[in-house]
Write a protein of this length. Structure first.
Length: 750
């Protein structure tokens, strides 16, 4: 729209020779008409306005100032040009005619045949309006009317962000939007369209009687959101529509429904609110329909029932040191999230927590409840009611040249019914010092003391072991010391450097006699890799401790180029001095005196290759134990990524089967606009071997339009709610947003 910021009041004095005299318009402005060579108006009591013109004529009788010939008005870097601009001071009317052009500071340029503004610029009329916006978009209107600074109405208007054909500018663009009436409701901060038509290459393809959207001056505005739709063989045609409600600057809500021809509707709602120091959000859904479930290994259809979800989060920043919050994740059944494509999760976590941060010190208190939504028979998830944890770390060199650390934690873990419960209190105190010797040796010395108190009820071991009590109380103490040293060597080349660093450590600890009175809840998934090889305790969690004496040794080397390319390698192993009483399970890599060999390779070669590879091999025959590959990059027109994972089973844990899977992604760019992509996920595990997911598609990215079409095939059991073949279609229109289907699901399974 054209907004001209010129302000004139009635002029009360003048001189016979306007090119050499002054006139003023009290009380706001002092206006000076200077000689033609200078061609400047100056309004010193407001924003400066410069006026250039070939000739300025003042009609004393009518109180009219006319600027004629190559007129140019500048204010706040806005420039208005016209063949003639007339100021009718008594009538408070400003008119511009002949090749009217307005250059905005944003880069937008507006054109008009004639312009008239009156009533202190609150009302106006423009004939033959057109514009080129900063992003290349174009619009036209037969005429435009401005009403009381509240509305601007465009008639016979068109809009397109597409570039015009240079050889034939009259050729219709790829797409454009036409409307008999477009109204900018400035008081409501929205734009409405009446009798709108969407054209593709000049051919009308869609008619919309009325629609409106925010004008971009506000981040939030109440109204209907872009709908989505799809087709599913089980649920029929799917249409999802939501309405956004901007309640006030501190809160909003979204509510709507997913309508299905073959199933009952799914009602959806979301509420968000922000306070001065807090925020919270609630997201919910509810329906009443049947579902597939897996019972005794068979897929069966359950009768209609209430199904839904509730997700909620909250955070309260109490002060600079304390904060509290909550997370709620609840679903009615195991298949719900995957069936309605919310997200794929195996275990949902509900928590209520409070935290404190102070310098290097930290405190956490929380309640946790888990919901396992895997359809397979999984371990019973416990509830944590509550967990308390605090850690205090001293400043460097604050105690005998080193620094101290102290940890205190308590845990109360409960299960429903007669399943195992656990209560635990743990304390740990340590002291660490670091040395850098004159010969280049870098070493760390670490001492630790730890005490644990356990109370277990309804122990699992009582189900199979005779003469064992279902309850137990245990007290455990442990002390350890570890020394780690490295000797880094550097060879500086012309444009790069090579580093080699031998590493070694030894850890000595007291002996712990595990008699089975302490359950193993959080130290089951044990694996060895380059990240934890040099830890003094390779068990995760608190329930198991690596005791007695072990030594660790390894070699780290790397090549580093000055331009950023690098390649790093690591290889290491651990050795346990005691023959008996090894606490680690088979398959962990630490169950023998000589541990598995672990290694890693990381590489970065510009944008062509980024690689992270971690592995472990049996110490006796170098048999594979674990492999993880994460690789991505680009090669000219191809971008790619590969992820591979393999891990052997862990005897005595819930991980009874080997796990092996590969996922790949590739996109080939034919040119700047066309590309094709494909993803594959394949499972090598014995019980689940086969293709798990395969997707493919082609995309087009144009100057004002983009679209893509693709397919996604998921091969899982019907009981998961995730098995389907989906055809996706997406179209994006510049400045109007993306429109896409919710998927065409053929509902097939393996």
């Amino acid at each position: 729209m054209i907004f001209v910021f010129l302000f004139l009041n009635n002029s009360k004095s003048y001189s016979q020779n306007l090119s050499e005299s002054k006139y003023s318009s009290p009380p706001l402005f002092q206006t000076q008409v200077v000689r033609q060579s200078e061609q400047t108006f100056d309004f010193p009591q407001t924003n400066k306005v410069d006026l250039l013109a070939d000739e300025v004529v003042y009609d004393e009788t009518q109180n009219i100032v006319s600027a004629i010939g190559n007129v140019e008005v500048t204010q706040l870097d806005r420039i208005l040009r016209a063949d003639q601009i007339v100021f009718q001071i008594n009538q408070d009317v400003v008119t511009a005619s002949g090749n009217v052009v307005l250059n905005e500071t944003t880069g937008d340029v507006y054109f008009a045949d004639n312009l008239e503004l009156k009533d202190e610029m609150k009302n106006g009329f423009v004939v033959g309006l057109s514009g080129i916006l900063a992003d290349g978009s174009r619009f036209t209107a037969k005429d435009a009317e401005k009403i009381e600074d509240l509305k601007v109405i465009l008639r016979k208007a068109s809009y397109t962000p597409c570039e015009l054909c240079k050889s034939n500018p009259d050729k219709p663009p790829i797409w454009q939007l036409k409307a008999n009436k477009v109204t900018h409701h400035r008081d409501e901060q929205r734009i409405s369209y009446n009798d709108a038509t969407f054209e593709v290459y000049g051919v009308p393809t869609a008619y919309i009687p009325y629609f409106s959207h925010p004008d971009g001056t506000v981040e939030r505005k109440s109204g209907f959101l872009t709908p989505s739709f799809g087709i599913d063989s089980n649920r029929g045609f799917i249409y999802e529509q939501k309405y956004y409600w901007d309640i006030d600057p501190g809160k909003d809500a979204t509510f709507g429904a997913m309508l299905m021809t073959d199933q009952n509707p799914l009602l959806l709602g979301e509420y968000r609110q922000r306070f001065d120091k807090a925020e919270m959000s609630f997201d919910a859904g509810l329906t009443y329909e049947e579902r597939n479930d897996q019972i005794a290994g068979e897929t069966v259809t359950q009768n209609q029932e209430l199904r839904g979800h509730l997700f909620a989060t909250g955070l309260w920043n109490i002060n600079q040191k304390w904060r509290a919050g909550f997370d709620i994740e609840y679903v009615s059944d195991d298949q719900y999230l995957r069936e309605f494509d919310f997200f794929n999760e195996d275990v949902l976590e509900n928590r209520l927590f409070v935290e404190r941060f102070s310098d290097r010190n930290y405190f956490l208190g929380r309640f946790l409840r888990f919901q396992d939504i895997r359809i397979s028979d999984a371990a019973d998830q416990p509830n944590i009611l509550p967990e308390l944890y605090s850690k205090f770390i001293g400043k460097p060199n604050s105690l005998l040249g080193g620094r101290y650390d102290f940890e205190l934690s308590s845990l109360n873990l409960t299960r429903e019914g007669s399943d195992q419960d656990l209560a635990r209190i743990t304390t740990k105190a340590g002291w660490e010092i670091r040395f850098i010797h004159n010969i280049g040796l870098v070493s760390n010395l670490d001492f630790n003391l730890r005490g644990d108190l356990y109370r277990a009820n309804d122990r699992d071991i009582s189900n199979t072991a005779n003469n064992r009590s279902t309850d137990s109380n245990s007290l455990r103490g442990f002390a350890s010391a570890s020394y780690e040293a490295g000797y880094p060597l550097v060879n500086q080349l012309q444009s790069s450097q090579i580093t080699i660093e031998p590493l070694a450590s030894i850890t000595v600890g007291t002996n712990i006699d595990e008699d089975g009175d302490i359950p193993n809840e959080d130290s089951q998934d044990v694996f060895l890799d380059a990240t934890n090889l040099f830890n003094s305790n390779r068990f995760p969690g608190f329930d198991r401790i690596e005791d007695e004496t072990h030594a660790t040794y390894g070699l780290r080397t790397g090549w580093f180029h000055n331009k950023g390319q690098r390649v790093e390698l690591f290889l290491g192993q651990s050795y346990r001095f005691e023959i008996d009483d090894n606490p680690f399970p088979r398959g962990s890599g630490l169950s023998e005196r000589e541990s598995d060999f672990v290694g890693s390779i990381t590489a970065n070669w510009s944008e062509k290759l980024n690689l992270a590879y971690a592995s472990s091999f049996a110490n006796s025959n170098f048999a594979s134990r674990r492999h993880e590959v994460d690789m991505y990059g680009s090669l000219e027109k191809l971008t790619y990524s590969v992820r591979y994972f393999y891990a052997r089973d862990l005897e005595g844990t819930d991980l009874e089967d080997s796990r092996e899977q590969i996922s790949t992604f590739g996109r080939y760019h034919f040119n700047d606009r066309w590309s094709a992509y494909s993803t594959i996920r394949y499972d090598f595990a014995e019980d689940t071997q086969g293709l798990r997911q395969f997707s493919y598609g082609i995309d087009y990215q144009g100057q004002c339009v983009s679209f893509g079409i693709g397919g996604d095939r998921k091969l899982t059991s019907d009981a998961t709610g995730d098995s389907s073949t989906t055809i996706l279609f997406r179209i994006g229109l510049k400045n109007l947003g993306n429109f896409e289907t919710g998927g065409f699901s053929l509902g097939d399974s393996n």
